[in-house]
Write a protein of this length. Sequence first.
Length: 283
Amino acid sequence: MKTVIKLAGALLEDDATVRSLARQIAALARQGQELLVIHGGGRIFTAALKRMGIESKFVAGLRVTNRETRDVAVMVFAGLLNKRVAAAISAEGAPAVGVSAADAACFRAEPMFHNEVEGSLGFVGYLTGLNNSFIESLWREGFIPVAPCLGLGPDNELYNINADHMAAACAEYLGADRLIYLTDVAGVLDGEKVLSAVTWEEVERLVQSRVVSGGMVLKLEAAKRALEGGVREVHIVGAGSPDSLLRVSQAADRLSNDPSNAIPGTRVLREMLPAAQSALSAA
């Protein structure tokens, strides 16, 4: 089982949460799963920029990343946060190794355009390739690769990548069986209710009707890409629920006939399964 796990940056701000997630990730590795962990860290990054007196600028919701800002991104993502996550997992008995874009040119990127102008966002990119053989070599040796949201461009520069989209692209390139987004909310919300399942056809309706907004829009768009790329399961799950990662990983949709929806969070599906339809009807 190949699984890509994306950790929301907000989860990395609390040491107890990091330890809980590390314990669950280590448990999955001991069960024989091949894991790739992707993480963000936007709020910690923004706080670091503020401490250094660097102003954060945004265009259409995207951070403009000049060289100075990019260098801080590398320090925070590939340095502080990456090592924090890898160390926590390793402490639980499952050796993890922090890998960044420059390591064996593992994660390759292209600059992102805005208004059809290349470079208008600075060092902001999107993932275009993955060194599969490098990741697989780590798996064969029993390591869990942990990667920040950075890519290596054709100019040999590092680019900041949206972590949600990077996780989806990695899942596609690896041919992953499962993609799990661990967030600081319970799942996709309609008001206060967690939607147990949505199909990729419903994503646009949820966005246009403003049922979802902000970061959840990016997650749903990324989830749709992953499904289109052949990933079998995508889950958006709140890390606040005890052992939520383990519960999601151990419950395959095709075996879930519980209308009370014992699987936490929201499943994003190609098409609605009978069990999911029953759960929605019962909600």
